[in-house]
Ligand binder design. Structure first.
Ligand code: SAH
Length: 279
């Protein structure tokens, strides 16, 4: 059976034991943890997860790899392998027959980079529709630049709409950078291990749709001042007053506002919205 990496499924096998241990450590696994792994590939990370966790559910799209993994790990009691596309798979429905694998509380995975955004969205949901399930830890290997956007802080170059959207739903931190030589075949990009933890942002947005719209429009043209990006939906003078009230410079750009400031802006802008604002 071939395990030759397939480009079509963004297959890059992790081959650094040091990075594998860093991932395991970042997940702080205990025998109470049920873990979801997306894209186990040849099972290198899976083999590190199984002795540390209560149960591991892995979802792999590649049939050949699934056959191989089933042969090698199929008899391990705390392992369940599902074949399919993680993005379209109805996990809950598949797990109804396997109570010991339901309610996983952690996700640990070296994911296919081409679907990083959709994977994170499936796990966390969106500002307007957060996922019902929450996770104690989501430890992911991602493309380095995507990782930078996930954990970016206000004022940094990587901080953008994605940072605000994800950080509203989860805390995000960098665990370590991973050079491309740690994989076979080496991808064209460097990687990073990041850790996300689901959270309910406090204070929360009173109107999630409005927060979502403000973030979308606010970052629409990153080099422009926020008040210019928002002029279509909020009266400019009144926005200037509101920004002052919230201790934000009236000249601020979107990238300078913390997640808490975005929420405050959304929660205070109610009366300022122009009639044509869709939210
Ligand atoms: N975790 C392994 C493999 C990482 S490569 C390792 O660290 O070595 C990414 C893996 O995700 C591959 O095995 C690929 O087949 C799988 N994959 C790609 N798209 C997928 C999808 N939509 N759903 C589930 N698995 C997917």
């Amino acid at each position: 059976m071939t395990t030759r990496p397939r480009k079509q499924f963004a297959q890059h096998w992790l081959r650094s034991e040091k990075v594998l241990w860093q991932i395991i450590k970042a997940a702080s696994l205990s025998k109470h943890d049920r873990v979801l792994e997306i894209g186990p590939g040849t099972g290198i990370l899976t083999r590190f997860l199984l002795p540390e966790a209560q149960a591991v559910v892995a979802v792999e799209i590649d049939r050949d790899l699934c056959q191989m993994l089933a042969k090698q790990l199929g008899k391990v009691d705390n392992f369940l392998l599902l074949q399919g596309d993680f993005l379209s798979l109805e996990l809950d429905a598949h797990l109804t027959a396997f109570p010991a694998f339901q309610n996983f509380n952690k996700v640990v995975a070296n994911i296919p980079y081409n679907i990083t955004g959709p994977i994170i969205e499936k796990l966390l949901g969106t500002i307007t529709s957060p996922a019902r399930q929450t996770f104690d830890a989501i430890v992911l290997l991602v493309q380095k630049e995507v990782g930078e956007r996930l954990y970016a802080q206000p004022g940094s170059k990587a901080y953008g709409a994605l940072s605000v959207r994800v950080q509203y739903l989860a805390s995000c931190e960098l665990i370590c950078n991973v050079p491309s030589e740690c994989f076979y075949p080496a991808p064209k990009v460097d990687s990073a291990v990041v850790r996300l933890r689901s959270r309910s942002f406090e204070p929360s947005a009173l109107d999630a749709k409005r927060l979502d719209t403000l973030v979308k429009l606010g970052f629409a043209e990153k080099r422009k001042m926020l008040r210019n990006n928002l002029k279509g939906i909020i009266d400019r003078d009144r926005l200037t007053n509101l920004l002052e009230q919230l201790n934000i410079s009236p000249e601020a750009r979107a990238e300078e506002l913390s997640v808490a400031q975005w929420v405050a802006l959304a929660n205070h802008s109610d009366a300022l919205l122009l009639p044509n604002c869709s939210s």
